[in-house]
Every structure is written in structure tokens, then in C-alpha cells.
Design a protein around this ligand. Structure first.
Ligand SMILES: Cc1cc2nc3c(=O)[nH]c(=O)nc-3n(C[C@H](O)[C@H](O)[C@H](O)COP(=O)(O)O)c2cc1C
Length: 400
């Protein structure tokens, strides 16, 4: 999945710079793509509309329904392309049925909806933590009407959650990080994460059925960097992949506030160009043109400013493994947040569309995945500049 700028207050989280805009100006074929430095400068200075990030204030203090309270935290989970494909049905007392919004998928770059399932795993993980913080034990039944097949997901529930009040239930220490966790796509400081931080992250990645690692050795970094760059290049020159991301672009405060999802771009120049109707989102930039060249150069800079890579392999394929991977990933990201570290997924080489077949093979070899195992996550890890939250649609948008 490609990457573009995304924004907010106090230091907005743009889908930048590896979520850079593939933007053309109508008639001229000129595209503006901010440099990493440009995005950082802008994001420190300006905000996205407060209503777009209102959800990050958490539920209101007088929320009486523990389900709604817990859901208000769950919807802060990371989601591929910030699609927020979660639908929560509260029609059964004391229970939540989670389904996937089939209008919010990425059929080109996530053809089997693997990343969508991971995003649902992360959602339930935060839901369980929030419920515990509210004195409720969450009893989760996954795929209560049967598991989706390997190729496609459908309208059957992903999970059924029943809440039981439980006096003295232990809070999850990671819950304190939920409002502070943000995907950080800016350059990271050169220092590798310390041993204690890596231990804390690995403790979450190495969940049952999962194996995780953090790569910091200088001799190992070039192979990760080279693969990330090549997979990114392929994504940039694959028109269907680029156009899929373009569909989820939200440019400027009006679009960001209206949708509160997707890949937000709030750079002043792009806003002006968009406002006067000159932004052309109807076709991708030429693969051999200056726009793609600039995006590749920016991505190179970003990858160079990466002192560590994190990987997560599931020992099996299938929907259960994808859910478990999403849970482990969000927990690892929360653990990193507690250590003052940031993460930025690099999904391109893990994606199942044909153009990525060779990077996919290489990623599985590089991360030591054996026959039958799946690399579910690969991410930059390090200490980035402070960054704010990305938009959320809020609870009402999720309720069936
Ligand atoms: C399964 C999965 C895959 C993701 N892949 C990418 C990616 O390739 N590049 C990227 O910049 N962000 C990626 N993300 C991060 C999302 O874009 C991010 O979670 C979303 O925009 C919301 O922002 P937040 O995490 O700051 O709340 C991924 C997230 C998940 C859960």
C-alpha cells in the first residue's frame, strides 16, 4: 500500500512522506509533492480541523454505556490507509458485534483483505483493553458464523464481544498509551533503539503463533533498505495501486473534516491548487516522469533515516493469524510509544498483488519466514519528531 501525507494538531500526522501525494495539475501534468522537510515544517505549524481529530479526546466523561466507552478507544486503532472499516452493532444488550464495512477495502493493494483483518485485530485489542479499564471483562468470539475464506471477506461478523462487569479486573498497562500512539512517517534520529526498548517491543510481538524481530545491526540494514525502496518503486509505477490511494486522498481542511478518514494532505500550496480546481486526481503520474522520480528520492531519504526495522511473522496463514498479527502489532506499537519510539509500516513488499511477487518472496526470505509462514508486518522503527493524530470519523459513524 502506498504512502502519502496526512496531518493534524499539534504536529499533524500526514501520510507523509512515504504517503506522498501523486498529484497532477490539470492540463499541465505538473505534480506537487512536498519534500520530507517541507511536510515536517508545515505539520509543525498548522493544524487540521479540530473536528477531524476530536475522537482523540476519548469518550465523554458522562458516557454511561461501557460498550460505547470502549468503542471510543477501539476506533483509535491503526488501520491500513486509515479506512476505519469497522462497523459495530449494539443491538444485543451488553454485546458488540463487529463487522467489516465492505465499502472500505483496498482491492488492488490488499486483494485478500489481509491488512483489513489485521486492522480489525488491532481494533478488538484496544476494545478489550478499554473494557478492562472500565471494569469489564470482554469475552471475544472470533468469526462466530465461520471464518472468511483466504481470498475474500464478507458480511459475516468478524467478532462478537460480550462484556461482563468484573470487580478488580487488572488494567492493561499499555492502555495508557492508546491516545499517544501515532504512525510516524517522518525521518527518525540515527540512534538505534536501546536494548530495554527492544525487549519491551519483542515481548508484544512474540505473541502465541507469532515471531517478531527488530533489526538494528549495521550489516543487516542495507538489505532492508534496498527491499523497501524497490517495493516502493513498484508501487509508484503501478497505476492501479496509485489510483487506489488517490481515491482515499483528502486534500485540505474541507475534505479532511468532511471525510475524517483516508490519507490527509494539508499542505498550503496543494490546498490552494485544489481550491481553484487544478488538482488532477483522475490519472496517475507517468512512471518515468519527474513526479515519481521525486517521490522515490524522498522515500530514499526516509528509509536512510531509519535506524531499525521491525518484522512480524505468523506461523500460519489464515484469518486467525491475521487477526492475531494485528493485535500483536498494535501492542508492539503501544509498547514502543511508552518507550518514546515510533513506527511506520512498510506494507508494499508484503502485498499480494502480482507486481510485488518478487519483493514478497524476498521479504519472506529476508525475515526468515519458513514454508507456510507469513510476514504480516514490516515497519520502520526509531525516534521521530513529535507528531499529532490522524483523523477519525468518531463513534457515530461506526454504529450499525
Ligand atoms: C495492517 C496495516 C498496514 C499499514 N501499512 C502502512 C503502510 O504501508 N504505510 C504507511 O505509511 N502506513 C501504514 N499503516 C498505518 C496506517 O496508515 C495508519 O494506522 C492510519 O493512517 C491511521 O493513523 P494512526 O496510526 O496514526 O492512527 C498500516 C496500518 C496497518 C494496521
Amino acid at each position: 500500500m502506498p504512502s502519502l501525507p496526512q496531518t493534524s494538531t499539534p504536529a499533524p500526522n500526514t501520510q507523509a512522506p512515504s504517503r506522498r501525494a501523486f498529484l497532477r495539475i490539470a492540463g499541465g501534468g505538473v505534480v506537487l509533492a512536498a519534500s520530507a522537510a517541507g511536510v515536517a515544517a508545515f505539520t509543525l505549524g498548522a493544524g487540521i480541523p479540530p473536528e477531524a481529530v476530536q475522537a482523540w479526546n476519548g469518550p465523554s466523561a458522562d458516557e454511561a454505556d461501557p460498550r460505547r466507552w470502549a468503542l471510543s478507544y477501539a476506533l483509535l486503532a491503526p488501520h491500513s490507509h486509515n479506512l476505519q472499516s469497522w462497523i459495530a452493532d449494539l443491538s444485543e444488550p451488553a454485546a458488540i458485534t463487529l463487522r467489516c464495512d465492505l465499502q472500505r477495502l483496498l482491492p488492488e493493494t490488499d486483494p485478500q483483505s489481509r491488512q483489513i483483518m489485521m486492522s480489525h485485530g488491532g481494533f478488538i485489542e484496544l476494545l478489550v483493553m478499554a473494557a478492562a479499564a472500565r471494569g469489564q471483562r470482554a469475552e471475544v468470539t472470533w468469526f462466530p458464523q465461520g471464518e472468511f475464506d483466504a481470498q475474500r471477506i464478507d458480511t459475516r461478523p468478524v467478532a462478537h464481544v460480550r462484556l461482563h462487569p468484573q470487580a478488580g479486573i487488572s488494567p492493561d498497562p499499555l492502555f495508557a498509551q492508546v491516545l499517544r500512539r501515532h504512525t510516524n512517517r517522518l525521518p527518525y534520529a540515527p540512534q538505534a533503539p536501546g536494548a530495554e526498548a527492544i525487549r519491551a517491543i519483542l515481548a508484544e510481538l512474540n505473541a502465541p503463533g507469532m515471531r517478531g524481530g527488530v533489526v538494528t545491526q549495521p550489516a543487516s540494514l542495507p538489505a532492508h533498505r534496498a527491499l523497501a525502496r524497490e517495493a516502493w518503486r513498484i508501487e509508484m509505477v503501478t497505476p492501479a495501486a496509485v489510483m487506489e490511494s488517490t481515491r482515499w486522498l483528502r486534500v485540505g481542511p474541507r475534505e479532511i473534516a468532511q471525510h475524517r478518514d483516508g490519507l490527509s494532505i494539508n499542505q498550503p500550496m496543494l490546498r490552494v491548487i485544489n481550491a481553484v480546481g487544478l488538482l488532477d486526481r483522475s490519472k496517475p503520474p507517468a512512471p518515468d516522469g519527474s513526479v515519481v522520480a521525486r517521490q522515490l528520492a524522498d522515500f530514499d531519504e526516509l528509509i536512510a533515516a531509519t535506524p531499525a526495522f521491525l518484522w512480524l511473522v505468523s506461523q500460519a496463514a489464515g484469518r486467525g493469524a491475521q487477526i492475531a498479527a494485528g493485535r500483536a502489532y498494535v501492542r508492539a506499537q503501544l509498547a514502543a510509544t511508552a518507550q518514546g519510539l515510533h513506527m511506520h509500516p512498510l506494507s508494499q513488499a508484503l502485498q499480494e498483488y502480482p507486481q510485488q511477487a518478487e519483493p514478497y518472496r524476498q521479504a519472506h526470505a529476508l525475515m526468515g519466514a519458513r514454508e507456510g509462514e507469513v510476514v504480516q508486518m514490516w515497519a520502520r522503527l526509531g525516534q521521530g519528531p513529535a507528531i499529532g493524530p490522524s483523523p477519525r470519523r468518531g463513534l457515530a459513524a461506526l454504529l450499525a
